[in-house]
Design a protein around this ligand. Sequence first.
Ligand code: ATP
Length: 607
Amino acid sequence: MLCNMFRSLLALSPDDVLPSVYLCTNKIAADHENVELNIGGSLVTSALEEACGTSRSKIREMYSELGDLGDVAQACRQTQKLLAPPSPLLIKDVFSALQKISVQTGSGSTVRKKSLILNLMRSCREKEMKFLVRTLVRNLRIGAMMKTVLPALAQAVVINSSYNFNNEGRVENMKDKLQRHSAAVVEAYNVLPNLDLVVPSLMDKGVGFSSSTLAMVPGIPIKPMLAKITNGVQQALKLFENKAFTCEYKYDGQRAQIHKLVDGSLRVFSRNGDESTSRFPDLINIVNASCKPDAETFILDAEVVAVDRNNGHKLMSFQELSSRGRGGRDTSITLDSIKVNICVFVFDIMFANGKQLLGFPLRQRRKYLKDMFYVEKLGYFEYAKEITIEADDACLTSEATLAKISCFLENSFQSSCEGIMVKSLDVDAGYSPSKRTDTWLKVKRDYMEGLNDSLDLVPIGAWHGNGRKAGWYSPFLMACYNPETEDFQSVCRVMSGFSDSFYTEMKGFFSGDKILSRKPPYYKTSEMPDMWFSPELVWEIRGADFTVSPVHQAAVGLVHPSRGISIRFPRYIRTVADRKPDECSTAEDIAAMFRSQTRKMDVAPEN
Ligand code: ATP
């Protein structure tokens, strides 16, 4: 359907293609530009009252019934009698109204935003009201993500150009062409996540578009490479048999992609591409001081970790770092207000002095990295601690290799790290933006404690606490996200790991608009908590192991046709501030972890 829509737009109204991609993906700007609509449900409701003449109490009643403000708005619209047909809504105008809404700040901004929303609402016809309101409340739910929308556009480009240029009507290798083009555009977007650059280039180059058409630009964050979970050192070694690899400490901090731009300025981006430069003025000074004179432009991958300068730069926990302000969205900090110091541990380089290094093997990228910086003062700017295992020593039967890695892993724990990363050095050792591949593995302590890895889950509901916890919420109902179905699927109840002050904070946080009057249709669970929450937070949860559950719906259909997956003995570890609810652990992640647990049991039945 998307492909057909784009084909029509490409042929009839090409200027609408770019805004359509934005609207379909529910974005108004590139992620790193931190542009937000900043509209609450209550502002949309108030505009709806005025646009449709429906009372607030009626809207509330309908919302209780339907559970989706878009559906409510559509129902209000349908019952409304219009005196004159509204002027049509145009794609470009809707997009530009959203952009205008996003720049309204200061006094009177709510009134101006409402007036822009009203103008849009008054022009809605047919199903437009439903999707306009869903767009405004950032919950579009059309079952399409960037990785669906961009390939649809790429395919529309290919199909339209074959019609134009292929007189004989031959559709030779069309399937291959469509697949190649779809992959190329997604790859290009991972390296340059800016629709303003990718979409026009795709439209301009047509079938000639390839992922190398667009080069990385310092200042635009690339999608970070991700790591796969392993069952431990043995499994990692098995995957790298006869291949050179490296082990690095897995630091427990916050990922930072550090860019040096052509104008010499430095900018920092979080794991999900939000700019966080103003949260790290000290990081900017540290990196500036470590650059060699010929380090003109670069893009680095690093972990920022809190350190105790009075205690030999001892690494501190992630919680200490996050006390510098909530991650992700910019919270400015001045140099003299800094209470928690940091060290930057750099582990990769993707771009150096105008050269894109993604295709270079890690061994070579490391050489670039080490040539660019001074590492003189420990505890400020350091390369991730590492050991190298050459291909000859990379075998499961080598006691010496196993002992070397186990000792390195133990040392990483002693140094307050989460474990180690195991990465290919030469074979398939390029930097793959946004991918979880077998060439980047993580070995964490959780494996030894039970689960291979922790989960990032969203609290979607809670019960009223009893006894000592009366007056607070306990337990909380936690869910993962399934991007394919756009559902939050319950995984477990969690009631341990919280401090009293956290309970109090959550009681205040989950109130007002954040408590839903009924279970939304996209919450999948057989649990019936006392209240349902809107998806707002992401918490890291650890447990003992996975079980198949008749109550919880996580990954339902992936490992069992009707049952979901749950975790036993879950406990709260921390709030993951730099992740949005739809970026939490996915149903597929949980299914993969469940399978890897089953494999572990299969290989060692006697244990
Ligand atoms: P986790 O919750 O385990 O950190 P994640 O989903 O955030 O997982 P993964 O890709 O699974 O991310 O694990 C890699 C993360 O580990 C990176 O995002 C980075 O923040 C952190 N990290 C710490 N040290 C390193 C290192 N030496 N190399 C790569 N990543 C590292």
